[in-house]
Each structure stands twice: as C-alpha cells, then as structure tokens.
Design a protein around this ligand. Sequence first.
Ligand code: M6R
Length: 605
Amino acid sequence: MCGIIGYTGINEAVKKVTKGLEILEYRGYDSVGICACSNGKLEIAKAKGRVSELKRILSGEPRENVLCAIGHTRWATHGAPSYVNAHPHRVGRTCLVHNGIIENYKEIKSRLEGEGVNFVSDTDTEVGCGLINYYYEKTKDPYNAILSASAEMKGSYALAIMLEDEENTIYAIRQGSPLIIAKGKDGFYLASDLTALIPFTKEYYSLNEGELVRLSKNEAIIYQGGEPEWKITDMSFEASKKGGYDHFMLKEMYEQPKAIKGSLTSRIVNGLPDFSSDGLDKSFFEKIKEIHIVACGSAMHAGLVAACLIEKSALVPTSVYIASEYRYNPPITREGTLVIVVSQSGETADSLASLRHAKERGLTTLGIVNAVETTIAREADFRAYTYAGPEIAVATTKGYATQVSLLGLFAICLAYNKGEIDEKNAKALTECLFFEAPAVMENVLIRRAQLKEIAKQIYERDDIFYIGRGIDYAMSQEASLKLKEISYIHSQAYAAGELKHGTISLIEDGTPVIAIATQEALFDKMDSNIKEVRARGAKTILICHEKMQNTEGCADIVFKLPKSSYLGNIFSSLMTVQLIAYETALLRECDIDKPKNLAKSVTVE
Ligand code: M6R
C-alpha cells in the first residue's frame, strides 16, 4: 500500500528512483511523485496517474547531476487521487514521502493550524510533514524533530524525509510499515520492499520498529546506535521481470508447478514431511490441540483449503478467521492453540495485528510467508517461507498455490506426528503433493485454449456464481475472488446446497454458474444442484473430476480435470479457475496486473 524509495550517492538519482518506482508500482498506482535535491534546493515533480506519466513530465529536463531523491507511488487513503494529494509533500524546509496512515492527523492538523501552519492537501501525510517541520524549525536538529513528531503520531508509517538544509541526505523512520535500506557501490538506497532495490544492489537491512536512519553518499547511520547488520539477498532481478509473458499474472501462473516444488523440496526428508529446518520438530506437532488460521483475501482462502486438509487427515479442529475480524472479535482459545498467520507479502496490516494480538494472548504463532525478512516472518514465533519468488501481479496466483501446498504438507506432517496416519500413508500423500500437484497444473496449462472458450461464454455477463461443496466450496471462494478482482465482473461463491436458500432468485436466463465438483462421493449432490440452477435458466459450466459420469447432459460446458488424487484435484481446479479469470479479464481488456482500486500489499487497516 504505497511504495516509497530513496537514493543518495554518486549519480543519476532521478533515474534510479523512477526505475524503483516502476517496480514498486504494484503497491499503489493512483498518483506518483519525486523530490530531488538540485543545487541545494528541493524540487518536487508529481502527477496523477502512473510512473509513465511522471517520466513524461520529467523528460526533457537534464537531471543527470542530481545525487539524491525520494519517490512515492500512491494508493489513496486520505484524500482522492489527485495532483495536490500526491506525495512528496512539503511544509517549510521539510519534504517527505509516506507509506501508512497517521491516525491522529486531524488533532495534530488543527493544533498546527492554530500555530499558523498552512496545509493544502487532504492527506494525513502532509500533516506528518508539517509536524516534523514544526519541530525542526524550533530545534534545527533533524533527529530531535523526527523523533518528537514520531512520538506524537499514532498509526503506521514508513517515512523518507529530506531537508533543504542538508544537501543529499535522507532520513528515514519506520513504525508499523515496512522499510528496507540497502548499500550499493554507488551509494545508499531505501525502499518499501526489497524487489525495488534488486536492480541496484543485493546488500540490505530491514529497519526495526522505531529505528531512525540517516543516509548520505558514504554512510548509513542508525540513530539508536549500531551498524546496520547488512544481509545479502539471493533474489534475482530477472525474477521480477515479465520474461516475455504478456502479464506478470500469466508468468506467475506458469511458474506455479516449479514454485510448489521449490516450497516443498527442502521439507521432505526420506519421503516424509519434515519441518525441522523451520524449527518445527515432533514435539511441536504433538502439542497442537487446535489451530486458528488467520489471514486476508486469498491467503485466507488458502487457509480454508488447509483447514479441510488438516481436519481430514490430522483430526485437529481448525478454524479460519479473516484477520480484520480476529483481532477485534477474538475467539476463545485453549492451551495447545496454534495460530497460523498466512501472508504472501508478510506485511498485511490486519494479519500482522492479529499475529501481535495472538502473541499478547500467549499463543504460539507460526507465519507462512513468502517475502523473506518481512515483519510477520520476523515477529512470529516460528516461520516457514513459501519460496514462490517475487510475486508482482496484484492478483495472487503462485503465492496462493504455494501457501496451499505448504499447508498441505503441514497437514500431512501433523497427521503423521499425531499418529493419525502411518508412515506408508504419510509417504504416499507427500508423494502426491510433490509430484501430482505440479503435474496436473502443467496439464491444465496445456489446455488453456479450452478455458479461453469458457471465458468467451461469460465475459459479457454482469453476475457469475461459483458453487461447490467442502474443499470445492473453499476453492470456489478463491475462484470468485480471482475473477472479480481482475475482470470486474460481480461474482459470488456459494456452498452448492445453500444457493436455493435465497440466492437462486438471482439466477436469470444465461446467468453463468460455474460448479466445481472434484469429490466422487458428492457427484450426485452436485449434479442435483446444477440441475436446480439449469432449470431456472442458468448457463452451467462444470469443472469436475474425470471420474464423474454422464456429464454431457449435466451442464452446458464440462471441463474435466486430469486424473489425480484429492490433493492433485485442488491444484488442477485452482489452475483452471485462475485461467478462466485471466482469459475473461483479457477479453474485457482490463488492466490485469494492476486492477483498479487495488494494491498488492495492504499495509493499512
Ligand atoms: O500479502 P497477503 O497474502 O497478506 O495478502 C492478502 C490479501 O491482500 C491478498 O491475498 C489479496 O486478496 C489478493 N489481491 C488476492 O489476489
């Protein structure tokens, strides 16, 4: 949610910051701006819209000599997307960019206005800038000014600050929002996430909560003391490029088979699941009496699938919670409750708040996270990374697939350690997950043209329903979210048996109803549910297990999944619904990688 970047060093600051902004654009893309230090003056350029617009504005002006700049790409919270609300904001001699929300900005604003400070935007950020400038004017001490302001500001923020009095210097502080600094041969950088820094350097340090840093050409000084403990990332710049695909989403779907293998491989020893490299030994699993899975959006949907698998194989009661609810309506817990927080970005504000809340309640926490060294990964008692690599498209695909596969392996491990399945069974299930899941996904990818035909049947509709039972209902929820977030078609997922308790009244002639039916024992029930909507005019599309018989008359269109076990079915149906969403959005000419109103990493509540 908003991306910030900064550079100070020996050359081409504007070029570097705009390049970083292009990479960060997936965090927000309604307006953009940059502040550059030029001949001792702070110069701001900004635009409503995307980085390309900013580049257009900047083109033609020679800026090679600029050695220090900060930039911002915005996902609006306070104030509509507009030129005036775009960052950087400037008050007096202070200029800054911000990711997060300053919750008490109204009271600070009226106090400062009473002192004669003038604000021009609707943003909380400008108020934060005004507050730092207020203390700076009083003390002329940047550290003191930033820390005094920071002590007053409630909420979350990562700030990159430039002062007109200090040429080519950036101050940065984080509280609740992510911030990385990095050391290059050509100077020092900062950014909201590591991917934006990979083109420049691999040596980075994640700031801790409350840490204040001063970056100049030659050094990075942490105010609280100590040298940054630089780390080296193995992330490659290639991994964050489109690599010839039309969209990042498409590339990331194609990467799923490999990403799943990559997430599982180090956790399988002698054919059995083994999480000891994550610090999860036999006694950890034995102690688990109950599980809460807490997450947002697709990560929460991964939890729904995982809950089915855990309860089925390990017989451990598992509940799934939307993170924004968990914290304020905490369920009753007991000794032996494990809280699993699932997050691709590792920075989702509600998921992080739930993690902290669970820790405060003395519960054991495990983070299932993709982006390494992020706050959820660092703060959870235990963490298991999904190793999907950078995910750039706002709509998650490989992030979700690796969450499900890792949680699936966790379920097998739990069942085995609790004695609910024997070694032979545990090995067989592990083999299915490791070999079958990637293979069936490849199979569906090869049949992409068939899914394009399905997309042609639905892309002009206003409403679509997904139905399924049990684990297929969990998948329907992800299918529905994927479709609506990138194609903007209203879509809803229903438990197949529940539709007739109200929603069936919405079925009209031609309303697409997509049924997912992968469970043999429930074929007849699903068949009846499809007939119910068909009788009311629905255009029915059935995604089913190859064993389902007499499907020709059952639905208007049938897509049979490749032969596989119930574990494999999860992944073949996933690839199917992802491709339907993608092809539909393509036909509707939507901006697939950057859907309107969204941002990749939701770092505000
Ligand atoms: O980074 P996280 O996994 O914590 O993100 C959670 C959701 O914001 C995310 O899954 C969102 O729903 C995606 N846009 C879905 O494609």
